[in-house]
Design a protein around this ligand. Structure first.
Ligand SMILES: [Zn+2]
Length: 173
């Protein structure tokens, strides 16, 4: 006789993201800078900054520092950004260019189910050794690309006869 693994009625919830195929993931923003000038500011050498490239361009006496890198401290970045904006409004050019990327990505996936639910951890009888085994204790294995159930007591293959209740049936009654 086929055992029906029933859905716990109290566990049924409507999925707030039902049918959605997209989930936005926000990654940490990335703060970068490029400095071009003859007098690199001190903060470039602080522990919250990593230098990705540093080139010296020009003649022997007048070497232009071209430095690119990343800033890991958001507050430092915001402070610099504010100063830079003010500088530009005054027509001052410091040689600093600040950029930031708000890294958010859309993760595409199969449509989300309409309901979220759990199954009752029902006991099922093994046809081989007649043990009663809870459904979550049944092991699975792959044999010739087929997934099979394995009895944890006797090692019997596909010795359990059960099926899962469908959510469409569970919400009807
Ligand atoms: Zn068994």
């Amino acid at each position: 006789m086929t055992t029906l693994i029933k859905i716990k009625r109290s566990s049924i919830k409507r999925n707030p993201h039902a049918f959605s195929t997209e989930t936005p993931i926000s990654l940490r923003p990335e703060y970068t800078f490029k400095y071009e000038g003859y007098n690199p500011p001190k903060w470039i050498y602080s522990k919250d900054v990593s230098i990705d490239s540093h080139e010296l361009i020009g003649l022997i006496e007048w070497k232009l520092d071209v430095i690119t890198g990343r800033i890991f401290d958001r507050e430092l970045f915001e402070r610099l950004y504010k100063i830079e904006i003010q500088n530009r409004e005054k027509g001052k050019y410091s040689g600093l260019n600040l950029t930031y990327t708000q890294n958010s990505r859309i993760f595409h996936h199969m449509p989300e189910p309409e309901y979220l639910y759990e199954y009752k951890n029902t006991k099922i009888k093994c046809s081989e050794c007649h043990s009663l085994v809870r459904v979550n204790k049944i092991q699975s294995d792959e044999i010739d690309d087929n997934l099979v159930d394995v009895c944890p007591i006797c090692g019997g293959i596909n010795t359990f006869d059960f099926k899962y209740e469908k959510i469409s049936d569970a919400i009807k009654n």
